[in-house]
Design a protein around this ligand. Structure first.
Ligand SMILES: [Zn+2]
Length: 162
């Protein structure tokens, strides 16, 4: 659910309104008309191939055994390709190369749209501040998870015959 409580235009409290059959938070002030559409945020995700393995990372904020792809939000004025390269640089300190786009995946539970890329990178990994651990997993041992970036990994593995 949205965390916005007040109108971004006039500061009035937002209340739930039905628009075209869906619930939205909208401004209750007269003549304002502001609606908090809560459109999905765009997230870029990277399957980083490094020395024949796939790099999976555990974020500091996550519980112990969870590993995932390198992900990050698309920033204002930034192309998704630049965003994914920037995230890999920030989190792994690697200069990666784009290999291909894997696909676009809705992550409805988090109201996000994930654009997933296959990248290749060489060099030495240095973890950024957000990460607790990075593991190198041979592609044939990667087990895709069900939600979020999992379907992107599944598609990528299937294309490669795993
Ligand atoms: Zn308002």
């Amino acid at each position: 659910m949205a965390q916005v409580k007040y109108c971004l235009q006039c500061g009035h409290e937002l209340s739930l309104m039905k628009i075209d059959g869906k619930d939205y938070l909208a401004c209750s002030a007269k003549n304002c008309g502001y609606v908090y559409w809560d459109n999905p945020l765009t997230v870029v995700a990277a399957i980083v191939e490094h020395k024949g393995t796939v790099l999976l990372a555990r974020n500091k904020a996550w519980s112990h055994k969870m590993f995932g792809l390198i992900t990050g939000f698309l920033e204002k004025g930034e192309s998704p390709e630049n965003a994914v390269l920037r995230e890999v640089k920030e989190e792994l300190s690697l200069d990666a190369k784009l290999v291909s786009m894997i696909g676009i995946y809705p992550f409805l539970e988090r109201n996000q749209l994930i654009i997933a890329y296959h990248l290749s990178a060489e060099g030495e990994i240095k973890m950024g501040e957000e990460l607790a651990e990075v593991i190198s997993v041979p592609p044939e041992k990667v087990r895709p998870w069900n939600s979020g970036t999992g379907p992107a990994i599944k598609d990528w593995l299937e294309k490669r015959g795993f």
